[in-house]
Design a protein around this ligand. Structure first.
Ligand code: HEC
Ligand code: CU
Length: 313
């Protein structure tokens, strides 16, 4: 019967998904059973007691104690069984193991930021070691977001001014998708993050040097990746259309005016400063809403971004 589970649920990739899947499948099969059972009863009753002539009148029946006890007690036992099963899973899902690795998650329009125990940070890509419990301490900088990892069967709201927690132990190597499941504005559907379940060696290397993509990709491609994955795309277009921020198309080498009327030439240093210290020069006609990416982009990613913007002529 695994086809039914695979049809309804994504492949499980964490250690404590069994409680969710087992109960979910139990309830699903129970509904399938009662669909046919109740349908069959109706079909049977309609055929057996259908009106056969004009004076075939239904007798006045007020109750049937035996029947009422049966249809109350049996469902009560079934739902109590479901309750205790669910309660056991709930406790297991919320009690965090003591040795869990703690990662701080910040939700903001429209990116996920992760801070590791060593103080390093990453945007939208969360690296975790395989087979080790990980605890996420989550909060939001603006509105309510919600952190959902279907393959781990975990989901919880991420709220401004309060910490919420989630935990999991990843058991499947590879990349697992994260969604924001609380509508948080225009970029809500772009608020995608990925969890990389790394072997211990991969995780070590990640903490030291960033992920493989950052280390090996050609600069221009790396810039495109940063643009797509680190949130730039939610505010900057690459086709000339105006967004929350100016488009990147054709800006390289050109001059622009800032809010104070001063002229600047867009070159490598200007782009670097715009990324690390966006409020220093605010382009005329735009709000100073760009967050700083100080500490969030590695040197090579900034170089990549410069090459990428240069290529958009
Ligand atoms: C929340 C929206 C937002 C995000 C996300 C964002 N920016 Fe910006 N950006 C702006 C706004 C608004 C401006 C114009 C005002 C200013 O200069 O601060 C701007 C200006 C810039 C400029 C100067 C552009 C020009 O025409 O002079 C560069 C370069 C830039 N951003 C790069 C980036 C990069 C790279 C990223 C991603 C790593 C990024 N931005 C993410 C909103 C954003
Ligand atoms: Cu969100």
């Amino acid at each position: 019967m695994n086809w039914f589970r695979d049809f309804l649920l994504p492949k499980s990739a964490a250690s404590n998904t069994g409680d969710v899947d087992g109960l979910f499948m139990f309830i699903s099969w129970l509904t399938v059973f009662f669909f046919f059972f109740n349908g069959g009863l109706i079909w049977y009753a309609v055929r057996k007691w259908r009106r056969r002539s004009n004076n075939d009148i239904t007798p006045h029946i007020t109750h049937d104690t035996k029947l009422e006890v049966i249809w109350s007690v049996i469902p009560l036992i079934v739902v109590m069984f479901i309750f205790f099963w669910g309660f056991r899973g709930y406790v297991r899902a919320w009690v965090v193991p003591n040795d869990a690795l703690e990662i701080v998650v910040t939700g903001k329009k429209w990116v996920w930021e992760f801070e590791y125990p060593d103080g390093s940070r990453s945007l939208n890509d969360l690296h975790v070691p395989l087979n080790k419990p990980v605890k996420l301490v989550m909060h939001s900088e603006d509105v309510i977001h919600s952190f959902f990892v279907p393959a781990f069967r975990i989901k919880r709201d991420v709220i401004p001014g309060r910490y919420t927690e989630l935990w999991f132990t990843a058991t499947e190597p590879g990349i697992h998708q994260v969604y924001c499941t609380e509508y948080c504005g225009r970029g809500h559907s772009d608020m995608l993050a990925r969890i990389f379940a790394d072997t211990p060696e991969q995780y070590e290397v990640f903490l030291r040097e960033g992920d493989e993509q950052v280390r090996k990709m050609p600069l221009k491609e790396l810039g495109k990746l940063v643009y797509e994955n680190k949130g730039c795309a939610t505010c900057h277009s690459i086709d000339g259309t105006r967004g929350q921020g100016p488009s990147f198309k054709g800006i390289y080498g050109h001059e622009l005016k800032d809010a104070a009327g001063k002229t600047h030439t867009v070159d490598a240093n200007y782009i670097r400063d715009s990324i690390l210290n966006p409020q220093a020069v605010v382009v005329a006609g735009y709000e100073p809403i760009m967050p700083t990416f100080q500490g969030l982009l590695r040197e090579r990613e900034i170089l990549g971004m410069i090459e990428y913007i240069k290529s958009l002529q």
